[in-house]
Design a protein around this ligand. Sequence first.
Ligand SMILES: Nc1ncnc2c1ncn2[C@@H]1O[C@H](COP(=O)(O)OP(=O)(O)OP(=O)(O)O)[C@@H](O)[C@H]1O
Length: 743
Amino acid sequence: MEYEKILIEEKDYLKGIIDVLKGELKSGEQLLNERTKKVIQARKEMWENVVHIYEDTDRLSDFGSYLEDIDGSNSDYNVIFKKIQKYNRMINKPYFGRFDFKEQGEEEIEKIYIGIANLMDEETYDVLVYDWRAPIASVFYQYELGECAYNSPKGLIEGDMTLKRQYKIKDSELDYFFDSSLKINDEILQEVLSKNSSIKMKQIIETIQKDQDRIIRDIENELLIVQGTAGSGKTSIAMHRIAYLLYQGYHTKLNTQNIIIVSPNTVFSKYISDILPGLGEENVEQIVFEDYAIDMMKENDCYVESRVQQMEFLLNEREKNLIKLRKKAIEFKGSKSFIKILERLIKCYERNIKEFNDIYCDNKMIFTKEYLKSQFLNNKINMPMSKRLKRMERRIFRELHPIRRRRVEKAEKIVAEIPDHIFVVKQYSRLISLKRSKANNDMIRKMMSVSFIDVYKELFLNKRIFKTLAKNIELPDEIEEIIEFSKNQIEKGNFLYEDCAPLIYLKLKVDGNDEFKEIKHVVVDEAQDYSPLQYEVFKTLFGNAGYTVLGDINQSMDKKVEMSLYDEVKNIMNKKNMAQLRMNKSYRSSFEIIALSKKILQKSYGIVSFERYEGKPMIKQCIDFKDMDYDVISELQKLYRQGFTSGAVLCKTKDECKKLYERIKDSVEVEIIAEDEKEYMGGFVIMPVYMSKGLEFDGVVIYDAGDENYNNELHRRLLYVAVTRALHRLAVLFRGELNRFMQ
Ligand SMILES: Nc1ncnc2c1ncn2[C@@H]1O[C@H](COP(=O)(O)OP(=O)(O)OP(=O)(O)O)[C@@H](O)[C@H]1O
C-alpha cells in the first residue's frame, strides 16, 4: 500500500483513539463533579448531624459511618482524578509507536500501539494503547522485524514482528509516520537530540535504546551496576527504571514509599523532580548524603564541613603538600581498611574504653562496676550499644526506686516533726530526696549513654588506640601525618567532609537505626562520588534493599576512581543476583564535543558518540581577563541570538564565579549559582564545574581554561565534566597556554 493510503488509515485510527480519550475525559469529569458534590454533601451532613454527638454515645456509630462514607468517596475521587490526569497526559500524543505481532500458533496479527499509558476499550476490553512498560512493549525496544519474544506473566511468548512503525503526533494530529526495518528510531532520536535542553530532565520513552531498555526492565538482579560514559543516559535510565519498577509493583512488590534516590546535591534533585510525575508516577524520596550528615551533626551540636567546602579547599589551597595529604586522608577515610578499623573501634570501645562505676544508693552498694560491665558485654541479640545502655539504665532506676521510696518515707517522718512544714510534708520530703539523688542520677545517665562522636574522637586523639586497631591492616604511607592532621582538626572542633561517612557509620552502629525500614530499593546516581565506606553506610541505612548503582569513574572529583570501585560495591552489598553493565554511547553532546572530551581523557574507554555533527568547539586564547570577560559576554549573546535557551559559564572555583559575575552582570543577562541549595531555573548561569554535575546546557563556556588553572589529574576530570555538559555549543577560553589536556 502506498504511503498516502496508509496515512489516511492511520489518521482514522488516531481519530478513533482521540474520540475514546475525549469520551473518557468527559465522563470522567462528570463523575468527578458528582463525587465532589457527594464528598461536600457528606461532610456537610456530618457537620450538621454530628455536632452533638459527644453527649449522645449511641450516635457515635453514625459518626463512624459518616467518616467511612467520606473516606470511600475520597478514594473514588482519587481514582477518577488519576484517570483524568492520565487521559490528559495522553490526549496530545496517545502513542508513538506500533508493531504488528503474530504470536506463535495464532492466526491473527495483533497491532500493538505503544504510548505513555494504557488505554482500554471499556466495552470490548480491547487494549487500544499499551503502556511502554507493559511486558509486550519490550518487543518494540528490543527487536527488529522477524522473530521476537517477551516475558509475560504466563511465561515466554514467542512470535514474529511483521511491522514496526513510528509516529510523529503533535496536538492530537498525525504529522507523519515511518516504518523502520533496521535500527529503531534513529531518525526520531536524531530529531530529539538536536533540540534545546530543558530546565528539567526529559522523558525518553519514544527513543529508549536496546541496552538502556534492558537496564530499565531488569528485575532479576538485586544489585545492578551501570558504568556509563557522560551523557549515556544513566540518570534518564534510572528515572525510567523507577517508573518501570513502580508499574510492575505486583511483581517487584515496590511502591512509592519503598524506593529512594541517593542524589548528589539539591540542584540535581530539583532537576530530576518532574520526570516521575510526567511518567504518571508519584515522586519518590531523595536523600543527599551530605545533607543527611550535616543534619545529623547539627542535632549533636557539631559543625561539619560541606562537600563544596571540601572541593574548594582542594581547588584553592596553595600548599601542594597539604592538598596531597588531604587527598590521601580522603581516600583512606573512605577505604575498606578504614571500615575494618571502625569495626574494631566499636568492639574496642565496648570492651576496653567504656568504663562503669559502682553504683551506690544511701551508702549501699547496688551494682558493682564489674557486674555492669559484664551485663553490658552480654549481647546475645546483637543490640546496638546505646540501646543496651538504655536498657541497663532502666533496670538500675527500677532497682533504686524502692530504696528511694523508703528514704522518702523516712524523711516524711522527720519533716512531720517540724512545725513549719506540717502542710507540705510530702512535697518537702520528696524534694530532699531528689536533691540527694541528683548527682547520682546524673552520673548514672551519663554512664549509660554513649556518643558516636566521642567514639570517633578516641581513634585520633589517642594514637596508641589507632595503632592497636590498625594492626595487620594495610595503611597508606602517610598514615602518621593523616593521624596528626585529623587530631589537629578534631581538637579545633572541625569535622571535615571525609569524616561524615565514618561518623554516620559509627552513629548507625552505636545507636541503631530504623529510619528507612520501608525502603526496598535504592538508586544511587553519580556512584563514583561515594567511597566504599559510604556504600557500607548505605547498606546499614537501607538494610536488605536492592540497588541500582549508576556512575562514571571518569567524573570522580575528590579522588581518582577505578573500575575496581564496582567490585568493592559488589563485595559490600554481597547480593546473590547481580550484574554489571556498560553504556558507552553518549547521547548528550555533539560528535565534535565528544571528540574533545575523549582527548581530555586520553584513554578512550570505548566511548562512542551519537552521530550528530554541529561544528568544532571554539578554543580561544585571550590576552587578559578583560579580554576574556568580553568573550564570555559575546559567547553568551551568540547563544541567545542562535535561539538557545540554556547556557553555562563554568569556572573552576566559587570565587572565580563570583568575581566574573560581578564584572559582567550588567552587560549580559546571566545568573549565578555558587551555593549548593540553589535551584537551576533555566537560562544562562555562571557556576563552578563541580556543581554542574549531572546537568546539561545548550551551550557551555569554559572560563580561564589555561594550563595555569588546569594542570593536574583532578583538573583533567573537571574539564571532562565541563566539556560533557554541553549539548550543541562549546567555547573554551584561556590565557597564556592552553591546558595540557586539550592540546
Ligand atoms: N534513548 C535516549 N533517547 C533520547 N535522549 C536520550 C536517550 N538517552 C539519553 N538521552 C539524552 O541524553 C542526555 C544525557 O542523559 P543523562 O543526563 O541521563 O546522562 P548521564 O549518563 O546521566 O550523564 P552524566 O553522567 O553526564 O550526568 C539527556 O538529555 C537525555 O535526555
